[in-house]
Design a protein around this ligand. Sequence first.
Ligand code: SF4
Length: 423
Amino acid sequence: MQQAVTEIESYIKNIFPQLGLNKSRELVRLLFEINKKTKQTVQDILSKDKAKNFEQTKKYLLNLRYKKPDNLANIYLPKLDLNFTKQAILDGISFNPENIFIEDLSLNSPLAQRVKTKFPDKKITVFTGKFPVLKESYSERKKNLIIYTEKFDFLKPCPCTKNANCCGYNLINLGFGCLYECNYCFLQQYQNFPAIALPSNIQDFLAKVPAASFRRGHFDYVRLGSGEFTDSLLFDDITNYSADIIKFFKGRPELFEFKTKSVNIDNLLKTPAQGNIVVGWSVNPQNIISAAEPLTPSLAERLNAAAKIAKHGYKVAFHFDPVIIHKNWKDNYKNLVIEIAAKIPRGSIVWISIGTLRFNRELKKFIECRFPNNIILDEDFYLSFDGKMRYSDFERQEVYNFLKPLLEKTFPETVIYLCMERQ
Ligand code: SF4
């Protein structure tokens, strides 16, 4: 168990009683991170005889904390600001919201009717205009369900990231909020809203498609998909969006992708398959799923669902995203590739993306508070070309040089591409 921050702070204060606030915070953070990663006590990490002055001590700690501590300008050592009252609640994904809010414009929608039928005993609050103000924390978001009518945000190009090689993806945002608790999820910082919000007017989204001008990047066809602000299929037993989407795209030239970690595929299996419907699973080795993607289906469950989807006649995609560097990562990702190849017919897999873990630097504090025992922050991250925290250029290249040829060789008919990465 990691040592208490107050203990680390007093240890530094004791060694360097005159040290200024900022310098002291840097040493505290370095000691905290080394202690968390190595489980050594701070006394063992920094014995008093090694702590000669600030500069030497910082250098000494940087050498312990980072494999290549030569990129000092890009190291990020924010003030340690832990608030464990914000911790994630990992009590499952059964969804039985205490409070249901329905916008007046959505009251007569099929989605509102389905919600009323599914949760007959719940009190429904009708609202007009703005979303209700909620008192719960982000970790309690499954207590609140909001059904609303989207008015502006229908389709958009995937925002990708500054100076990256764009893959030409297009997004349709079918809702906000997710029940999974992936440690790296950007929603905990970006959205941080204590509710699951689902639009009732999916037909308005689809109506925008024919006149939209889509990008396609280096693909021969337009790709459009959901899953940016919520998992595409997690709520499909309530929303039944998949049925409307599949029907709408019948005969259309675009490929539509449901990006997911879920295995909520019953509605898809009930609907006749089409070749332009893709279900794309984000995948990781099981040890990473267990450690960093709590509440999500296991790898075996995801691959079983993918096999059923492929057998039914839909296309399948995989996203090695985020690739998380850890001990034995090469073996674990290689086994993952082997497992996919063993279970999924190669001709069914249209594309596979690879993206290494990256995040806005502000997210680091959210991860530390919500997942104090996370393993993902134990690796080395640097401020990178787009201002996000990333593994070093060297490590990212190592990942791509390992995985891309392996995937190309294993799945020769599949498009393999990098996500949010520079040229
Ligand atoms: S599945 Fe996606 S949206 Fe849901 S918690 Fe994980 S990263 Fe976030």
